[in-house]
Design a protein around this ligand. Structure first.
Ligand code: 48N
Length: 294
């Protein structure tokens, strides 16, 4: 029921004043204007992105590096990022053991210069003074790109799978729900999800854990893969090239990257160094473009 016009009349010329001596004045507003400003934008976006070109699952360092590389190389593509947490960024807000500095081994420092993150050069590696400086800069660059949409507080609960013309199963999108709903399926009767179809899905959901390694585990439970490789012990020199070089289309339609790939392949972990996540995300962007152009 439309609110009475009188309460939604356009306010006169805003008599605003930015004053910090007691007479700060805002432009007047109607509560419904705030609600409608959010509702229209969010649900128009949700409607438009129900069909995307690439869906990236997980906005950690690998997923965000992929989103930036993909969306800048191919501004024609509709890139939609689905992130379960309210706060995107995954594990990249801190370095290791809650310490704040972030170590990135060369040549991944090239990406820092590309997005404009300052660092200290230590020879074979560089140090960003606070991991949040890297993650917040990368997030701001990604969100400023016109062809990228981030849906946070939203979980991928399943994968859309179709049989292609060769009778092979192909991942063709994701099944989504608000994360608070996804976490409460056992407390309420069926709360059905929504869907986003896309010819390419990039899964970067991180280590195994309550929400992590989502696609790696789902591919097994749906019979598209036999078993989880299970990430091996820490070996920085072995793990980072293995993850970057191993980033690939693991089943038709789905590229896996970042620490989720370590769980899928059984490669080593690298601990508190993030160059492998950056390189894996960029490689995933190249893979997605290859698949779309095939
Ligand atoms: O940061 P993560 O966990 O994952 P990556 O692969 O981007 O980066 C991993 C990196 O932070 C490390 O673990 C470092 C290098 N340590 C290595 C080591 O040896 O310990 O980001 C994954 C994101 C998170 O933000 C999750 O909330 C999100 O994915 N996520 C999901 N989002 C939507 N739907 C889901 N089902 C889902 N599952 C996880």
């Amino acid at each position: 029921m439309e609110a009475p016009a009188s309460t939604l009349k356009s306010v006169g010329k805003a008599d605003v004043q930015e004053d910090y001596h007691g007479s700060y004045r805002f432009a007047p507003i109607e509560e419904a204007q705030v609600s409608r400003a959010m509702i229209k934008r969010y649900f128009d976006t949700m409607y438009e992105r129900a069909v995307s070109d690439v869906v990236i699952v997980g906005a950690g360092s690998a997923g965000l590096s992929c989103a930036y590389s993909l969306a800048t190389r191919r501004p024609d593509l509709k890139v939609t990022i689905i992130e379960a947490n309210v706060a995107p960024g995954g594990g990249a807000w801190l370095g290791g053991q809650l310490m704040t500095a972030m170590v990135i081994r060369k040549p991944a420092d090239n990406f820092l210069r590309e997005i404009g993150v300052p660092y200290e050069d230590e020879g074979n590696f560089v140090v960003v003074k606070h991991a949040a400086l890297f993650t917040s800069t990368l997030l701001s660059r990604v969100l400023a790109l016109p062809n990228v949409v981030l849906m946070n507080a939203t979980s991928v609960e399943d994968l859309i799978v179709r049989t292609d013309f060769e009778n092979k199963e192909r991942v063709s999108g994701v099944v989504t729900n608000w994360t608070l709903v996804a976490l409460n399926h056992d407390t309420q009767s069926c709360m059905d999800p929504c869907t986003i179809t896309a010819p390419v899905v990039v899964s970067t959901t991180g280590h195994d854990g309550p929400m992590g390694a989502f696609s790696a585990k789902r591919l097994i439970s749906m019979g598209l893969n036999k078993e989880l490789g299970n990430m091996r012990g820490l070996d920085m020199n072995r793990s980072e090239p293995a993850i970057v070089n191993g980033t690939r289309e693991v089943v038709p339609g789905l590229v896996m990257a970042g620490m989720e790939l370590a769980e899928h392949d059984g490669s080593n972990r690298m601990g508190p160094t993030f160059g492998g996540m950056i390189g894996s995300g960029i490689k995933a962007a190249h893979e997605a473009i290859r698949m779309l152009d095939a």
